[in-house]
Design a protein around this ligand. Structure first.
Ligand SMILES: Cc1ncc(COP(=O)(O)O)c(C=O)c1O
Length: 379
């Protein structure tokens, strides 16, 4: 075997010995499992209005966008969604990307110059970490959710130079909230920009589901930039950045993950726009998520698992180790319940856990049964 393939084989063996092999499991269109693994918080991926809007636009435009919007033209669908997203998120303007990952890469890079100090929360998502890396700017990793540590880093390393503080609003693995108001007090006092990834908060928190930044009263501030994905509560695919018009202009002119990437398909954009309409009116679904957050924490606590009521839709339960986490998730799956299984390097602190993402589209009976199954399958 060629040398490089031998080397890959050795690395695969090491991953297997550490219990860190990943498995692609088949999924059918009518997969009967109760889904607490996906991020379809409001149950909109299959909403009839969403499917109808996407199908109509699929007929009109065909499958793909065929090129970037700068090369092939910007459809009414893209423009209308951006306008709706900007209104919803309370920002001056918005720009969509073909994924949340690419929105984060492009945004972090777009906010940084060679002189900038980036201060990135230790628990940030891979897309924010990679954005810091490709920006080429100096990056300081701040202890998790600590405005005091962020302030100390800015004071020590950023006097007289531009700085950007990078955080999620709802952290994707543990589901806890960033102290956004306190972080903003720190950044605004020092002339720094605050970048917040609202991926797990958009649709779930804030008035009309307008997200964590909006819930913290920070929407529309000129020194706050928000990113989000269109793939979670909005049930589709794509990403968005919302902020001052001058920053969006900067991204259109210079953002490599916008310029050199084929635009998200018009049909998906139309489906997401329909989902956004449903989302804004879906206070009942958000109330159900809150009730389920409490129900899940109570059920797990009464079975002896330490679980606090999650502030949004993500609840993590510790597993003794990576193999135990995999076995636990597999046992749940065998009994018809899909849950996320998170192990290093997907967890920020080297531990392993099950991640439950709440889903308002699941029936009450299925949800209660799923909690029983998770408890009964525990290692
Ligand atoms: C916090 C966070 N940001 C960004 C992303 C990336 O979004 P997308 O899946 O649309 O690329 C994810 C997960 O998918 C996420 O959890």
């Amino acid at each position: 075997m060629a040398g490089w393939l031998d080397a890959l084989e050795r690395r695969a063996k090491a991953r297997a010995e550490a219990g860190l092999t990943r498995q692609l499991r088949p999924r059918s269109a009518d997969d009967p499992v109760v889904d607490l693994a996906g991020n379809d918080y409001l149950g909109l991926a299959r909403h009839p209005a969403v499917i109808a809007a996407a199908a109509k636009t699929l007929e009109a435009y065909g499958l793909g966008a065929t090129a970037s919007r700068l090369v092939r033209g910007s459809t009414d669908e893209h423009g209308a969604l951006e306008s709706d997203l900007a209104d919803w998120l309370g920002a001056e303007q918005a720009l969509v990307f073909s994924s949340g990952y690419l929105a984060n890469l492009g945004t972090v890079r777009g906010l940084a110059t060679r002189e900038t100090l980036l201060v990135s929360d230790a628990y940030n998502h891979a897309s924010l970490i990679d954005g810091c890396r490709i920006s080429g700017a100096e990056t300081a990793v701040a202890p998790h959710a600590s405005p005091a540590a962020v302030a100390a880093l800015l004071d020590a390393r950023a006097p007289g130079r531009p700085a950007v503080v990078v955080t999620e609003s709802v952290f994707s693995v543990d589901g806890d909230l960033a102290p956004l108001a306190d972080l903003f007090a720190v950044t605004s006092a020092r002339g720094a920009v605050l970048l917040v990834d609202d991926a797990h908060a958009a649709g779930v928190l804030g008035p009309h589901g307008s997200g964590g930044v909006s819930a913290a009263g920070l929407a529309g501030r000129p020194d706050v930039v928000v990113t989000a994905t269109l793939s979670k509560a909005l049930g589709g695919a794509g990403g968005v950045v919302a902020g001052p018009a001058a920053f969006i202009r900067h991204l259109v002119d210079t953002g490599r993950t916008f310029i050199y990437d084929t635009a998200p398909p018009p049909a998906v954009i139309a489906g997401v726009r329909a989902a956004l309409g449903v989302t804004q009116a879906a206070d009942d679904r958000r109330a159900l998520l809150r009730a389920r957050a409490e129900q899940a924490a109570n059920r797990l606590c009464s079975a002896g698992f330490p679980a606090a009521v999650p502030p949004a839709g993500v609840l993590s339960v510790m597993a003794p180790g990576p193999e135990a986490a995999v076995a636990w998730a597999a046992a749940c799956r065998d009994r018809g319940v899909a849950v996320g299984c998170f192990r290093p390097p997907s967890t920020p602190d080297g531990t392993s856990r099950l991640r439950l993402t709440l889903n308002a589209g699941v029936s009450d009976a299925d949800f209660a049964r799923a909690l029983d199954v998770i408890v009964e399958c525990a290692p």
